[in-house]
Design a protein around this ligand. Sequence first.
Ligand code: ADP
Ligand code: ADP
Length: 228
Amino acid sequence: MASITLNNLVKKYGDGFPAVNGVSLDIADGEFVILVGPSGCGKSTLLRMIVGLEDITDGDLQIGGARVNEKAPKDRNLAMVFQNYALYPHLTVAENIAFPLRLAKGKFSEDEIQRKIRRAAETLELTDHLDRKPGNLSGGQRQRVAMGRAIVREADAFLFDEPLSNLDAKLRGQMRTEIARMQRRLGTTTVYVTHDQTEAMTLGDRVAVLRKGELQQVASPRALYEQP
Ligand code: ADP
Ligand code: ADP
């Protein structure tokens, strides 16, 4: 686990208007921050800069107090979950979950890998589905596999980009409950992009409102959504 500090972060694509224009935010270790804002305001760009998929044009990014601007994604130990799952169709649920562990060649023994798969499957109620392929799973189950893959790594933080937006209302409700449960259990620092006010209310410690690349407001969900 780790804190995340954004210090005047800027992202310019080409020579246009900055997609992210001087964002500063201190995210405490274990805090769950919701990121909201209209389409095109820079939410994905901000997440991608934190995880290292996008170069930082200006400013300073710290994870656990250490500057990581120049660090490759694999050296940042963050787990990102996208809305389109990105599972491997030819691998079973168990092997999809184990993928990041096998990538870290030799770091984990086979026993450890099996133990971590079992534990993630219990947390996410996937125990009965470990031998299935993603193609035979519901959207909610697939999303849980994607999260399983994120939690086995014991990443310092989770970054979620609208993870539930492709699910129907019922599954969204279930997944919301599961994410809240996972958060209570793991207490991992999380930045979570959503358009859904209920998700923001149930999951967020704080909500950061982004507009045209700038932070407009940061407040508790209550203060933000229960204003007169
Ligand atoms: P959001 O996630 O809030 O919808 P984005 O971060 O995707 O916003 O986009 C922020 C701004 O940056 C938009 O104006 C978008 O068109 C622009 N943008 C995003 N990605 C690229 C890219 N790869 N090249 C050029 N412009 C981009
Ligand atoms: P240990 O098994 O010795 O506790 P780990 O490195 O496996 O060590 O896990 C460290 C902590 O992270 C655990 O105490 C546990 O609370 C939490 N944790 C890790 N992975 C999971 C998981 N898949 N489900 C629930 N909790 C987990």
